[in-house]
Write a protein that binds this ligand. Structure first.
Ligand code: MG
Length: 274
């Protein structure tokens, strides 16, 4: 889930015990998202996916970090096509071939939060228009391109700038959403700092090992402008063009970012299971 922009204050540095807890939370958030991706199917409703998220979280003994957050009514955010983020699962929104589906999963595991998201094209991906496929690729690549900057001593502005550069260094003129940003994450869903997907103006903090960031590029096929629908949650592109969203929870280390939400099930040591 993304944060609406406001001013910075102080950034929490996690101790080794807290980092281990965040690794567990990140693993589970990742496992739930992977389970949902595997279950995506034409003909299912977005509410079906939300219901499945509830089941998967229950299996892990965790709760949604989003449900009831400022009144959010879903287990996950599920946003289709022009919907960028914060979409709410609906029994009448049936997934069809060519739909661009964004799922954002946040879980609370023993009081610690893992947050991740990804975007998928329903049905035959090769049948989707080239622009949409390139948009998904560019958005995901911008997330990976900034991971080396999640490093002790790097200024946050350089991490944010690397996301912007990654998208701008392309032939296509994709939009970078400005009204919503990534965020620090820990025992609270939205901690400091804010992490815009473009080089921010003004003095920015220096990243330190032990900070944990939910980095989440949100890009559009057209103009970057977005608005919130009457449900007070769903963020859509004002020009109704497609959008993409990818997110990882990332630990800042001395050697660059460690992805906490990119853990295949088999890779998890037994002692890390809750
Ligand atoms: Mg988030």
């Amino acid at each position: 889930m993304a944060k609406k922009k406001r001013r910075n204050s102080s950034i929490v540095i996690k101790n080794p015990t807290e980092i281990e807890s965040m690794r567990k939370a990140g693993f589970i958030a990742s496992d739930v998202l992977q389970g949902l991706i595997a279950a995506l199917e034409i003909g299912k409703s977005t509410k079906d996916m939300d219901d499945l998220a509830a089941e998967l979280m229950k299996e892990h003994g965790v709760k949604s970090a989003f449900l009831n957050y400022h009144g959010f009514p879903g287990q996950i955010c599920i946003s289709v096509n022009e919907e960028v983020i914060h979409g709410i699962g609906s029994p009448t929104r049936i997934l069809a071939a060519g739909d661009v589906v964004k799922m954002d999963v946040g879980v609370v595991a023993n009081g610690w939060i893992g947050d991740n998201a990804s975007t998928h094209i329903m049905g035959d991906v090769q049948a989707a228009d080239l622009e949409t496929r390139q948009l998904l690729h560019a958005t995901e690549q911008s997330l990976f391109d900034c991971i080396p900057y999640a490093k002790d001593g790097v200024n946050l502005a350089d991490l944010c700038g690397s996301i912007e550069d990654s998208v701008r260094n392309r032939e296509q003129n994709f939009g970078i959403v400005r009204e919503f940003v990534g965020h620090g994450v820990g025992s609270i869903l939205h901690e400091e700092p804010q992490i815009p997907n473009y080089r921010p103006l003004g003095k920015q903090p220096t990243l330190r090992s032990g900070m944990i960031l939910a980095i989440e590029p949100m890009m559009t096929a057209g103009k970057p402008k977005v608005k919130i629908l009457d449900d007070n949650w769903t963020v859509v592109t004002t020009d109704r063009k497609h959008s993409a969203h990818f997110e990882h929870t990332v630990l800042v280390t001395d050697n660059g970012g460690e992805l906490l939400t990119d853990r295949p099930r088999a890779a998890l040591p037994k002692q890390m299971l809750l």
